[in-house]
Ligand binder design. Structure first.
Ligand code: CA
Ligand code: CA
Length: 164
């Protein structure tokens, strides 16, 4: 059976209700798209911050590890900094307690600093168990730890050095 429409019914267009429903669907899709894009955009900033923190920690720990195991002029087993300033650090434990800041070098996450703080801890460790801290200057193994706090948690690099 065929319906008979008058020409005015066939070309009547959208009703107001259909138009409103269409606009609501477009608005919901738009809000969803903007929300997803915002999450992706904000999600890359902490990743970049973390990557820069890893690089900052890596460069500092490499700088520490090229130093002598203990002070070249000090008595065997000496520990701590004997130097007046950072430019004169010449052994691993000169860096114990050292803290500096380097520029983030990129966009900072909301509320985060544009600087990265790097903290160094150096300690002697037991030759029997390299995870156990030993009294300063008491062993031929030292652990160097560099920590860089970020908005998504600290970046931590560890290295062990023997006295050779
Ligand atoms: Ca020194
Ligand atoms: Ca020293």
């Amino acid at each position: 059976m065929r319906s008979c429409r008058t020409p005015s019914e066939a070309y009547r267009g959208f009703t107001l209700v259909e138009l409103v429903i269409s606009l609501v669907i477009v608005a919901v899709a738009g809000v969803t798209l903007v929300t997803v894009m915002a999450k992706e955009t904000t999600g890359t900033v902490p990743v970049e911050e973390r990557a820069r923190a890893v690089e900052a920690a890596r460069s500092l720990i490499e700088e520490v590890l090229v130093c002598a195991f203990e002070d070249p002029e000090g008595p065997p087993g000496s520990f701590g900094s004997e130097e007046a300033d950072r430019t004169a650090f010449d052994d691993l434990d000169d860096f114990d307690g050292w803290v500096d800041r380097v520029p983030l070098g990129g966009p900072a996450p909301a509320g985060a600093s544009a600087w990265l703080e790097r903290r160094v801890e150096v300690c002697n460790v037991s030759p029997d168990d390299l995870e156990i801290e030993a009294p300063p200057g008491s062993s031929d193994f030292k652990r160097v730890k560099v920590t860089v706090p970020t908005s998504s948690g600290p970046v931590l690099l560890l290295a062990l050095r023997g006295n050779r």
